[in-house]
Every structure is written in structure tokens, then in C-alpha cells.
Ligand binder design. Sequence first.
Ligand SMILES: *Cc1c(COP(=O)(O)O)cnc(C)c1O
Length: 421
Amino acid sequence: MSLNLEKTGEKVLPFDEKLLRDVTLEIPTPFYIYDEKAIRTMARRFAKAFDWAPRGFRNHFAVKACPNPYILEILGAEGMGADCSSMAELVLSEAVGIVGDRLFFSSNNTPIAEFEKAIELGGVINLDDITHLRDLKRIGMPDTLSFRYNPGPAKKGNAFIGKPEEAKYGLTREQMIEAYRMALEWGVKRFGIHTMVASNELDVDYFLETADMLFNLLYEVSEKSGVAIDFINFGGGIGIPYRPGDKTVNLEAISNGIKKLYTEYIVNSVLKPPIILFECGRVVTGPYGCLVTRAIHEKHIYKEYIGIDACMADLMRPGMYGAYHHITVLGKTEVHKNYDVVGSLCENNDKFAIDRSLPKIERGDILVIHDAGAHGRAMGFNYNGKLRPAELLLGQDGKVREIRRKENLKDYFATLTFPGL
Ligand SMILES: *Cc1c(COP(=O)(O)O)cnc(C)c1O
């Protein structure tokens, strides 16, 4: 059998091995664990990279990436805002005191009640469509508005989000100009501009091309509609090195590139200098959380299978997108053979790894699935009656706390009206 060596390269376990092992003695697998210190360090690095911005910088953490209030609280304390796209996310942000300008509401196909909640919290609405302007007019125009741009064929998409002209998000260029004109006429006083055309993108140049495009549009919109753009929001989508050999995105290089564009487009013009915003989720918490699981079965048929106690309902990315998540078998390093690492759903794509070269795995071994701190627990579901896992936080004091318990059967049946359940 040939070993798939390109998939076994070095990737460092982001937690102390002994600590993880000790936790598994007290808390049953599977569970998620996040590292507070690493998340704070990341937040500070992000802010520092943009400390040149003359009117300020802020990342609004995309709540959907890790919707746990303890995590949001930490990020809020580090100066981040929140980027919400649903009622529940708005309520979570409210619960940790992220409101007003620090709360962005960047939704699509939006129920009116959610606009109302965002306005109640003093949040900034980032409109995904020009027709929503009429909805807002009915419920009361907010003072501040932002619009999301979809460049269509003017910009190549990336592999994750697809071609912009096939994407459901945002306004066309013509609509952007019309939208600012209408909003101005209907009493909006403060404006922002937004786009997001990539997801999990590792290429610095891609972000700089996008930034160039958005500065260019800011210029055109200002000229043609007469509004002054107060903030420019480059969206989320900064990727993380899931695979061994992937490089960490150089935030400082993105910042330097944007600084150059800022100087060209803004400083040397009559335009009002905008506040710089991002709404990244993945890069902020992704690498600093893991899903910790245990091998519970092995099966030898046409392929070699290792069954673990987590499944696609706990972490959907591999099954849904074929996404790579690195796996460390605690205490073992020597590659033994190729395995499919699988969950227990009645779905054949419930696989965390396919033909992955891993050490010899025995029942009871702890398997740590890397880079699950964003879009991990959050994308979990209950199919096949699977109960979603607990979330733990390794605090700055070195202590591990449960910040969400594992679901139980009572939770699962809670919405049924059948007597006796
Ligand atoms: C998902 C999303 C984000 C965050 O994306 P990341 O890949 O986690 O950085 C930001 N903004 C919007 C509008 C999104 O839909």
C-alpha cells in the first residue's frame, strides 16, 4: 500500500498533549476546546497590523463562526465588534454588550423583524439588496447604512464562494450608485461600503485586488451620488492553513497593501478618510480550537476504517465541502497506514479523512481534529438524532472551563409536542 505522505507533513498541535489527555479523563469525548490566550494574541495582532489607519480599524467578528458568548466576550474585550446575520446572533451580541457601531448586521434575504432588532440595538445595517431600502423606509430609516457590492463578472471568485455573478449576495454596480442616492434622499446621514467575494482565501494579492476594486467603487459612488463614505468594510474570508504546508496569511502584508491603496485613493484626494473594517471569523478563532474525539471502532473491508465518537453532525466541513482538517493521534507520530476516519451517520460522506496516512490507531486512542475553532460546532446539526458536543475554554489562567454543555436527549425532544417524550 502506498502511503499518502503529502498529507502527513508537520502541523503543530495547538494544545499541550498532557492537558488534552487530562481533560478527556474528566469530560467525555467528543468536545470542542478553544484557547483563550491564542485568540487574544490573534486579536491583538490583527488590530496592530492596522494601527496606521488614520480614522481607526476594527474587525467585526463573524458571530456565525463561533457563536458562543464567552468567545464573543473575549473578542469584545479585545476591541472587536460583531458581525451578525440572524436574530439569534443579534441577541448573542446584545448579551455580551456589543451594540451600537460595533454591531454590524450583514444579512441577506432578511426578515423584517431582524432589521428591527438591529435598529433597536443601534447596529449598522449592511444592506444586501436595493429592494430592502423600501422595507427600511416602512419601519424607519436608520441614520447609518452600508451596502454590499457584488462585482459580478468584474471579479473572479475563489473556490469556496464561487463566481460572484453566480452568488446571491449584494448589489450590482449600477444599483450601488442608485442605492446611495435613494438612501440620501430618504434621510440616511452616514454611509459605509462593503464587499465580500472570497472565503478561506490564502492569497494576499486576492485581498488587495478586492480592496482596490472597493476603493475604486467608493470613489465612483462618492462622485456620482454625492455621499461621503464613512467606513469601508472588506468583509471576511481570510483563510487559515488547514493543510500541512499551507502558509498563514500575512496580515501585515494585507495591511501594507491596503495602506498603499488608502494613500492613493483617499489621502491624495478630496474624499473623507474612511474607517477600515473587516468582518473575519475563521482567521480569528479557527486555528485555536480543536474537536477532540476518541477511536471507538476499526473495520477492515475494502478499505481500512477507524470509527470515532464524533460525526459529521459535530463538524460538517469535511463531509460537506471535502474540506481538509488535520488529525493528530495523541501520543503517536509514526505513520502506519492509510485510513478513512469516519463518524456514525447514515451518510457515506460522514468521513473526517479519506485515505489519510496516520499512525496505528487502536480503540480508545484520542484523535484531535485541528482548526475547528470556526465554522465547527457552529455548523453542527442533529440529523440521525445526534446530540451536539460540549465546548470548553482553556482560560488564560491555564484552567479549562465548560462554556457549553453537551446536548442531552431532553434537549433533542424539547420541541416535540408528543406526550411522554
Ligand atoms: C461568513 C461571513 C463572514 C466571515 O467569513 P470568515 O470566512 O469566517 O472570515 C463575514 N461576512 C459575511 C457577510 C459572511 O457571510
